[in-house]
Structure formats: C-alpha cells, structure tokens
Design a protein around this ligand. Structure first.
Ligand code: SF4
Length: 492
C-alpha cells in the first residue's frame, strides 16, 4: 500500500491507524509537500497536515478499488510547549486517517477508536485534569471515537487507581528483577527469554544479577529512595532452583533493606516449574502475592501453544499455594488463543471460578512479529474479532462474578480484535506495582537482562529509560556501564 504524507515524522502513528483497519498492510512511504495533491491509485492513502496560528488542518484520502474517500479534521492550535503542540498535531492527523478509513470500512469494529500508542487510562486521567470530567468524556467519545463501553471501562479503572496514585511519595521507587529464562517457549511469545537447559550457565547470570542489584540498591540508598513495591518477573522466575531463588530473594531484600509487609510479587508463572519447596521459600521470604498462570484450562490448547503442563497441574499448584498460606493469588487467561472460541473460554473461566483466585488478568492474544505464531500464521486457525470480543466479555463477567473490579489495563500492538488486557482484583488485593508500571506513575529500578529502568519526572510529562542489554553475555559484560547510566539518570 502506498502512503503519501508531508509528515514523515508521524509515519509510525499513521501506520498504526491504517493497521487498525488493515492489519497486514505493508506500507511504501512517499514524502510530499503540503501543496501537493497526488493522484491516488487503488490501495493508496494520502495524509496531510498543515496549520495556521489558530488550527491544525488534517486531510486524509484513501483510494480502494475505484472508490476514493476523503476526511478532513481540524484541531485548535494551542500555544503550548513544542512537545504538547506536536501531540495535538499528531492527534489531528490520526483522527483524519482513522475516519477516512472508517468511511471506506463502515462495518469494522474498532472499540478504542483512533487511540494507538497511548494508554487509554493515562489519556483519560490527563484529559480530566486539564479539561474536567465532562469534557474529557466528550473528547474520548467524539474526538477519538472510543466506544461507550470502553470509555466506561477506562473511567472505572481511573477511579479505582486514583487513591493508589495519590499515595505515591516523592522518594518512592519500585524495583523489578527479571529472570529471562523459561522451560519451553510459548507459541505467542515475543519476549527475549531463553530456554533453561542443562547447558545454561545460570550461576554466571545470577552472580551478575546480584551484583546489579547491589549496585542499584547502593544508588537508591545514596539518593534516599524508598521501595514501594518489589516485583520478581520473567520469563519464569520459578525456573530457578529452590536454592537459587532463596539466595536471590534474600540478597535483594537485604541490599534494598525492604521493610516487612512491602508489596512483593513473584510471578510463579508456569505450573511445570512450581514445587512446594519453592513456594515455601517465596512465602517465608515475605512475598505478598504470586501469579500462577494457566492462560487456558483446555489441555489441547496448552499442548498446542507449547506449555509443558496441563490444567490439572494448575489446579494442583493453586491448592498447594493456598495450603502454604498465600492469600493473594493472581491467575491469567488469554482470549483468542489458536483453536479456541467462546465455549473454550467459558470452560476456562468456570474452572477458575471453582478456584476463586484473588486477581484475574484477562489478556487478548497479541500476534507479535517476532513470535513463532506470526511465522506460522497461515497454518493456524484464530478466532475472529467478534469471537475474541465475546471471549473477553466472558473473562470480564467471570471476574465480576467473583466480586472483582477492573484496576489496570493496557493495550499492545497487533492485539486480536483491537482489544486490551485487563487486570481484575478483589478490592483489597490490587497490585500496586501493576498500576505504577502501567500508568508510568513511578520510577522503576530494573535488574536483569532485558529489564528497563525508568525514571518518571512528575509534572514534566517526561519519562526516561535505560534498557539493560537483552543478550545475557552482553548484560553481564556491561554491568558497570549500565550502572553508570542508571546513576546519571537518577542524578539528573
Ligand atoms: S512463559 Fe512467558 S516469557 Fe516464557 S515463553 Fe511463555 S510467554 Fe514467553
């Protein structure tokens, strides 16, 4: 597909709008000046943006087969900082492209409208604070074409998050520790996680990770930072042996001097790596919450997506965790897995309802370009958009029937049905880390290969990030320079 535009700096944003309607579109970019009006051949789109001192003017034309569609959109020019101006300019052009394509494909269901590349809850919160609640809702519905149902979801989450975000203190940080290893690779995984095999030199990784943690903790001490929440994630942290886990957790608690009772989550993740001994260690080290992640309770799907466990293993691990005293357990499901439909989702939810976890995360399958799923797309049957929507609704109803409320959400690229991932929780079991992280509300000191340290500058609309190298050897070799970069970030 040909894309003509005078704003190649917005190429990614325009592409995302196009892919909402045409997910597999491959775009050829042609730069034009704002005066130029190219003849459009079939399968081409033109997106232009101009402005005067009062308004931005965007125009989009789309030619498919022999029909041409056109939409023009105007947004008021606000005399603000260049960063904010750019944001308004981008929004104006995205709306024009989105609505132009909507004219050509009026039956497409795009529940989050033209919103891409921004967390809907963050946007809604910002709009409420600048324009007031009524105007914010109007903008979401009338400017961004968000559906009523999704606006209600975002509004509920913003309200639930408000006291948790308000409780952040100026010297708070969260700490993340990553174990980028797994036992097998899931079909849909795009994460830079390695398989742990007999040849894996885990000792070297853990030695480096513990050094990384010591360096980060020293920096946190020097800056007077206080740890609000600790998260041990993956990959699959429970791929570590019981001894490795115990050493790592105790080292972290000691170096950061984490106060007893601090929120501490461990992604116990896949049941094929969970043992009573590991759970006991996690519990005795003070973890306040764990995740046991089924993804689905259908054995055939678990096999086909490369998970090395069955539904019965999940139930066994869950009961084991409860018996050991865990009183906050999260479980998650994915809507839209290959070969599944609403009845499969209904089955999974019914099985989880019997277990009654404290939190439930309902993901929507994202077809990431670096996953095996993407490579084999032509051989795999995926549920269609309507079915995925029905599946997420089953997940939502299941969560609500357990008395849970939605408390965080995020969207990713390439999500089936343009849906979202939603975390539900019993009111007293909300994960602070998930909110801080997804709302970019708090700085995070992150340890481990591929982990991302983030500094949030409150009130400045500014976030800066330091990614740790994904490659294990590079991560180990660059500990010193990563620490120096992290220090510079927190010194600024
Ligand atoms: S458990 Fe998570 S990180 Fe590991 S392969 Fe599966 S999706 Fe990827």
């Amino acid at each position: 597909m040909r894309l003509y535009t005078n704003r190649i700096d917005f190429f990614n944003d325009i592409s995302e709008e196009i892919r909402l309607y045409l997910p597999s579109a491959e775009l050829e970019l042609y730069e034009i000046d704002s005066e130029h009006k190219p003849e459009l051949a079939p399968d081409s789109i033109c997106a232009k943006l101009t402005n005067d001192s009062e308004n931005f003017y965007a125009e989009s034309r789309y030619c498919c087969a022999s029909e041409e569609y056109c939409y023009s959109h105007t947004t008021q020019y606000r005399n603000e900082t260049s960063l904010i101006e750019k944001r308004y300019a981008k929004r104006c052009l995205k709306v024009a492209v989105f609505r132009c394509l909507a004219l050509a494909m009026p039956n497409a269901r795009i529940p989050w409208g033209s919103l891409t590349g921004i967390r809907p809850t963050r946007l809604l919160r910002e709009l409420i604070s600048t324009d007031g609640e009524a105007a914010a809702r109007k903008l979401m519905l009338n400017e961004f074409d968000v559906s009523n149902e999704k606006l209600e979801l975002a509004s509920r989450i913003v309200a639930v998050q408000e006291p948790i975000l308000a409780s952040i203190r100026s010297n708070d940080v969260d700490v993340y520790i990553g174990i980028p290893f797994c036992r097998t690779r899931c079909l849909y995984c795009s994460f830079a996680s390695q398989l742990r095999t007999k040849k894996t030199d885990m000792a070297s990784y853990l030695a480096a990770l513990e050094m990384d943690i010591s360096l980060g903790a020293a920096m946190a001490w020097e800056h007077g930072l206080h740890v609000r929440a600790l998260y041990l994630g993956g990959g699959t942290p429970t791929v570590l042996t019981a001894n490795e886990l115990e050493h790592l957790i105790k080292h972290t608690l000691a170096e950061y001097a984490i106060a007893p009772g601090t929120e501490f989550t461990v992604e116990a993740g896949r049941p094929d790596t969970i043992t009573a001994e590991k759970l006991q260690i996690i519990r005795s080290c003070g973890a306040t919450r764990i995740s046991i992640n089924p993804q689905t309770m259908c054995d055939e799907t678990l096999r086909s997506v490369g998970r090395d466990h069955c539904a019965e293993d999940i139930v066994r691990c869950y009961h084991m965790a409860r018996e050991l005293g865990f009183n906050c357990i999260n479980m998650d499901l994915i809507a839209g897995l290959p070969g599944e439909d609403s009845s499969a989702m209904q089955h999974s939810i019914e099985e989880l309802l019997k277990l009654a976890p404290d939190c439930l995360t309902v993901h929507t399958l994202a077809i990431k370009r670096s996953s095996r799923l993407h490579e084999h797309l032509d051989e795999i049957v995926l549920p269609d958009t309507g079915e995925v929507e029905a599946m997420t609704a089953i997940g939502a109803n299941g969560a609500e029937s357990l008395g849970m409320i939605p408390y965080y959400m995020y969207r990713q690229k390439y999500m089936a049905g343009n849906m979202e991932n939603v975390g539900y929780s019993l009111p007293g079991s909300i994960c602070i880390y998930n909110i801080d992280m997804m709302e970019d509300a708090l700085s995070i000191i992150a340890h481990g290969a591929g982990a991302m340290t983030k500094r949030v500058f409150p009130g400045e609309h500014r976030i800066e990030r330091i990614p740790n190298p994904k490659d294990i050897d590079t991560y180990i070799g660059k500990l010193g320079s990563t620490d120096a970069a992290r220090r510079r970030l927190f010194d600024s």
